[in-house]
Design a protein around this ligand. Structure first.
Ligand code: NAD
Ligand code: TDX
Length: 341
């Protein structure tokens, strides 16, 4: 199978390339990425001379480039996105443009190229369901939970999600959607909480914990997510949605204490800061559908071992994140948002 992957130079995309080319040596991947601040080809240097891998610098909103790459592939995994909630609060424009309109352009060109024959997986997020209360820990998101996004980021991802549903219904296209919880692992951009906190601590800086620190996220190792996306690509039912999660809920305070402990630091390194606007209280995924119907369950997310390994990766790869945390990223950020990060 020859896969067109969008957003492959980012965190999840680069781990997807690694996992697929390892576990499916007969597959090929063409990675289309416009290389925004979070796209980094350094994440994929090991594949530069691999015949099974090709990189195309291009934008998912550009029908011309899509018209050139889509005819020769068998399937799409669409995960290019503006992905950070705090940025969407500062400026939602690029989010709607890439996450919603970009998905519409992808779907249109895919339909024009292949009709309704070939598979297209849309990598959505659990954030499309909105927020759960802390008071009822037994309630989790299922695939039939109403969509109720509450940040500009999640609203823009929901736009893509609804278009996928509509294109399947209207044109009978072979479309499948995944909705995953928070990922952790190597190559994550250090604006997201785990790499931000680890790299701050390595530099002797405090970690900025939002609000009361009681917000809950369901943490899944990125390799488990990538394996689930591959499973859905290969065996998912057309038109279906699959939740993906680790059954691994932690409050931000618990997560912070776990990181501090692994790094041998104390509570004085926590700086409580003003809460994120509209901060979703709790995400929790019921992933029984993908488990029961497709036989997927997480195998690499066990806590605290998986977190320890991830912390170690950032400790061992200072060069990678130092470059990412400064330089090109800061320039892009300033151009886009009018200030340094
Ligand atoms: P990321 O920000 O690390 O990577 C996004 C990639 O998309 C980058 O390489 C960027 O250059 C590329 N990109 C952005 N706009 C583009 C455009 N217009 N055209 C082409 N390429 C473009 O994000 P990530 O954390 O790897 O997330 C990947 C996907 O997974 C996103 O769709 C996100 O919504 C979804 N997701 C992420 C998580 C998580 O915890 N990180 C959880 C669930 C779902
Ligand atoms: O400095 C921080 N301090 C803090 O307390 C940051 C950056 C975050 N937080 C909190 C906010 C959240 O409750 O940590 C939690 C996780 O924050 P993020 O890493 O920004 O992730 P989140 O907002 O939960 O969204 C992530 O998971 C779902 C991804 O960024 C999305 O792309 C994905 O769809």
């Amino acid at each position: 199978m020859h896969i067109l992957l969008t957003g492959g130079a980012g965190f999840i995309g680069s781990n997807f390339v690694r996992l697929v080319l390892r576990d499916r040596p007969e597959y090929r991947i063409t990675n289309l990425d416009s290389l925004t601040y979070s796209g980094n080809l350094e994440n994929l240097t090991e594949f530069e001379n691999d015949d099974r891998y090709a990189f195309v610098k291009g934008d998912v909103r550009d029908p011309e480039v899509l018209g050139k790459v889509m005819p020769s592939v068998d399937a799409v995994v669409h995960m290019a996105a503006e992905s950070h909630v705090d940025r969407s609060i500062m400026d939602s424009g690029p989010f709607v443009d890439t996450n919603t309109r970009g998905t519409q352009v992808m779907l249109d060109v895919w339909r024009r190229t292949h009709g309704s024959d070939k598979r297209f997986v849309y990598v959505s997020t659990d954030e499309v369901y909105g927020s759960l209360p802390l008071e009822n820990p037994e309630i989790k998101f299922t695939e039939t939970t109403p969509l109720d996004p509450s940040s500009p980021y999640s609203a823009s991802k929901t736009g893509g999600d609804l278009l996928v549903n509509a294109y399947h219904h209207t044109f009978g296209m072979d479309l499948v959607t995944t909705r995953c919880s928070n990922n952790f692992g190597p190559f994550q951009f250090p604006e997201k909480v785990i790499p931000l906190f680890v790299t701050n601590l390595m530099d002797g800086e405090q970690v900025p914990l939002y609000g009361d620190g009681k917000n809950v996220r369901d943490w899944l190792h990125v390799d488990d997510h990538c394996e689930a996306v591959l499973t859905v690509l290969e065996r998912g039912e057309s038109g279906e949605v699959y939740n993906i999660g680790g059954n691994n809920e932690r409050s931000n305070l618990e997560l912070t204490h776990a990181i501090l402990e692994i790094m041998g630091k104390g509570d004085e390194m926590i700086r409580y800061v003003e809460d994120r606007l509209g901060h979703d209280r709790r995400y929790a995924i019921d992933a029984s559908k993908i488990k029961n119907e497709l036989g997927w369950s997480p195998s690499r997310s066990a806590w605290p071992g998986a977190l320890e390994e991830t912390v170690k990766w950032y400790v061992d790869n200072r060069q990678w994140w130092e470059r990412v945390k400064s330089g090109a990223y800061q320039d892009y950020y300033e151009k886009q948002y009018g200030q340094r990060a």
